[in-house]
Design a protein around this ligand. Structure first.
Ligand code: C2E
Ligand code: MG
Ligand code: MG
Length: 701
């Protein structure tokens, strides 16, 4: 009965089903290990790659040998052990290479290339395996079948690893195992279709061959190995998860004030959730929640009320959390949250809105009603970043961006917008070290008389020699320094440096130092400057400070008070960038400046822009009627120089005459300027100009 064709067909297909089941289970286990391999680095990563390739390789090998065993059971057949063992080795090694390449994050097509290697490995294993099989018959092959076998093997291998590596849904990991199993079945049937065995009594098999039932024992061993590895990794996983959950639980209540998990617990949870999201192809949103203007609440109502508001706010947010959401307190009025969601990032916004809504209701604290808003930023893993550490910093960047535009907004991380902010923050961090590491320098740009070409002095301009970025422009670092108030020590350093350079006799005439409006917030600015002059022994008459209109806008009375004290000491005060502010005239009226510095934006437009030229004329006339000399900034061409000199502008500063240079190059700059004095001579300068400039340059040497 077992010889009947129907029974043979049934047993053949049943064995193929067993092969498919072994393959499905083995590759499923292998893909789980592969997912771990992709989420880890270092020795752990290689450990998981080994486990993944051992499981997948053994399962594929067992499946293919079961499919070979299912063929021609009636014919005398047997197996050569060496090629059979070699095919197992090929399976494991090619899987290891394929998985290692497939998990490479820096190569775009890494999963597909890795998959092709796995596919090629399956094919090689298949053919080496078939080579181990000897049958008492003549085997003929069809090239068409072998071609189909090749295409399916490689294509499905690539698809399988690609699915595991680029999961779109949580089913992709299972999809990878299904594709791999499908590949093995397709290869089996194309192989069956592509060869034909004709029994031949004349063929006598070698007695050294291992019979099919002995090989079946090895195959069963391989299957048990696969099951064993799957089971043991499941146990390890379960243990790790319980341990992680226990650790999070233990750390969870460290914030004594609000009872919420603290920052350390949040980090643990973040690591745990990232690997979970990775494995399940879920999305994980991280939130940074910052209560707006909390400092005011503390200032107005006192810290005790502030603490009570925080406790209530934390409790409200905690109650608003749903399943799969986690809330922690970072510090002060900053909270952090996580949300695991299937595949719907829009639920992140919904959660942020929910949190915002709970805070918008007024808080009743000790007969006082306090209203709060929060700025919330969020970022989603792995869409915004595949890196765990980047996720939270993305959320924070988004939160800061939202907060600066309008308080109480919900902002999603945006790569383009937030990367500029990230860059600024790194630059700011480096700026903190710049002063103490001695990375700041002063360059000097000569200021000259336009009437006779003599050197009047120079302007000290700060430069930052960044260890990796090179020379950073003040346009990039001064605003950062002002925001962070780092400009206070930096500005003081500049004053000290300029005075020391003057005292050393290396600078001609008056030296102008820029002062930031932020420096004026310090009530003792005049004393600081006074003490620098005393310490360096420089006469106040050689120092000029340049202030901009915004200095007067911030706190007019305070600024005026400081300016008057400086002027009383004998320090000259110049109004910088004149004409660009909102109320330049009012500023001029408020204080008797010693010099007006005409902004370079007007000078740049000479001689093509008639209205800019009209403004320049007006400002020059204004200076004349107030008795305040005007210095034109940014003179770059002879035309500009001629126009300004003709219109009676007293002084000038610009690349045409001299660029800002380090102190040791200033003598050279003066000499270069000397050569250009011919340009000035053509502007009807007195004949003495040349000799005066030479004197200026000689002074420097
Ligand atoms: P500012 O005080 O108006 O300085 C003049 C700026 O014009 C300098 O730019 C100078 O290099 C540039 N400049 C001079 N001549 C020409 C020219 O012919 N063509 C062009 N295109 N530009 C010219 P820099 O050195 O980049 O400084 C930019 C600004 O940074 C300064 O404008 C000043 O507001 C600020 N700054 C520089 N050093 C300091 C400092 O020590 N303290 C403070 N608070 N601000 C500083
Ligand atoms: Mg200036
Ligand atoms: Mg200026």
């Amino acid at each position: 009965m077992f010889d009947s064709p129907i029974w043979l067909a049934i047993s053949h297909h049943a064995l193929i089903a067993v092969a498919a089941a072994v393959c499905l289970f083995g590759t499923w286990v292998g893909m789980r290990h592969f997912a771990r391999a992709r989420a880890t680095v270092g020795p752990m990563h290689y450990g998981w790659v080994f486990m993944a390739s051992l499981g997948t390789g053994a399962a594929l090998w067992a499946a293919i040998f079961i499919s070979i065993l299912s063929q021609a059971p009636l014919l005398d057949n047997g197996f050569e052990m060496a090629p059979a063992a070699l095919s197992l080795l090929i399976a494991i090694i090619t899987c290891a290479i394929g998985f290692e390449i497939g998990s490479n994050k820096s190569l775009t097509l890494a999963p597909e290339i890795g998959g092709l290697i796995v596919g090629a490995g399956i094919l090689a294993m298949h053919y080496v395996g078939l080579n181990a099989w000897h049958v008492a018959g003549i085997v003929t092959w069809s090239w068409f079948g072998i071609g189909a076998n090749l295409i399916f093997g490689l294509g499905l291998g690539a698809l399988s690893v690609s699915r595991a590596n680029r999961p779109v849904t949580k089913y992709c990991r299972h999809g990878a195992a299904i594709v791999m199993t499908f590949a093995v079945c397709v290869m089996h049937y194309t192989m069956v279709a592509s060869h034909d065995v004709v029994p031949d009594a004349a063929i006598v098999l070698s007695p050294n061959l291992v019979p099919g039932h002995t090989l079946a024992i090895f195959v069963t061993g391989a299957v048990l190995l696969v099951i064993g590895s799957g089971f043991s990794s499941y146990i390890i996983d379960l243990r790790q998860r319980t341990e992680a959950a226990e650790r999070i639980h233990q750390l969870s209540f460290n914030d004594t004030m609000t009872g919420l998990p603290n920052r350390i617990a949040f980090n643990e949870k973040l690591s745990f959730d990232v690997s979970d999201a990775h494995e399940k192809a879920h999305k994980l949103a991280a939130f940074s929640i910052d209560i707006d203007g909390f400092k005011d609440i503390n200032d107005v109502f006192g810290h005790a009320v502030g603490d009570l508001v925080l406790i209530q706010a934390a409790e409200r947010m905690r109650l608003a959390m749903h399943d799969g959401e986690f809330l922690a307190r970072q510090s002060g009025d900053e909270f952090l949250a996580l949300q695991m969601s299937g595949n719907m990032p829009h639920t992140a916004r919904e959660m942020a809105e929910r949190i915002a809504a709970t805070l918008n209701e007024p808080f009743g604290v000790r007969d006082k009603s306090v209203k709060l808003t929060a700025s919330i930023g969020y970022s989603i893993f792995p869409t915004d970043t595949p890196e765990k550490d980047q996720l939270l910093s993305n959320a924070k960047l988004a939160m800061y961006r939202g907060k600066t535009t309008q308080r109480g907004t919900i902002t999603k991380y945006d790569h383009k917008m937030d990367e500029t902010a990230r860059d600024r923050r790194t630059l700011l961090r480096d700026l903190h070290d710049a002063v103490k590491n001695g990375e700041l320098e002063l360059h000097y740009q000569l200021q000259t008389s336009l009437a006779d070409g003599s050197i009047r002095g120079s302007e000290a301009l700060m430069r930052w020699r960044h260890p990796t970025r090179g020379l950073v422009s003040p346009a990039d670092f001064i605003p950062l320094a002002e925001e962070s108030e780092l400009i206070i020590p930096m500005g003081e350093w500049a004053l000290r440096r300029a005075c020391a350079d003057m005292a050393a006799g290396s600078l001609p005439g008056v030296v102008a130092v820029n002062l930031s409006p932020v420096q004026f917030r310090q009530n003792d600015l005049a004393e600081t400057i006074h003490s620098i002059l005393i310490a360096t022994g420089v006469s106040p008459s050689r120092l000029e400070v340049e202030v901009t209109e915004s200095t007067m806008m911030d706190d007019q009375n305070g600024a005026l008070h400081t300016l008057r004290r400086l002027k009383a000491m004998g320090i000259a005060i110049a109004m910088d960038d004149f004409g660009t502010g909102y109320s330049s005239l009012a500023t001029l009226h408020a204080f008797p400046f010693d010099k007006i510095k005409l902004d370079q934006s007007f000078v740049r437009k000479i001689p093509l822009d008639a209205s800019a030229m009209a403004i320049v004329r007006t400002i020059l006339a204004l200076g004349k009627s107030l008795g305040v000399p005007v210095l034109a900034e940014g003179i770059e061409t002879d035309d500009q120089l001629k126009f300004l000199a003709d219109e009676g502008c007293k002084e000038g500063q610009g690349y045409l005459m001299a660029k800002p240079v380090p102190l040791d190059k200033l003598a050279g700059a003066a000499a270069g300027f000397n050569l250009r004095a011919t340009g000035l001579a053509s502007v009807d300068t007195p004949s003495s100009s040349r000799s005066r400039i030479t004197v200026g340059a000689a002074q420097l040497r």
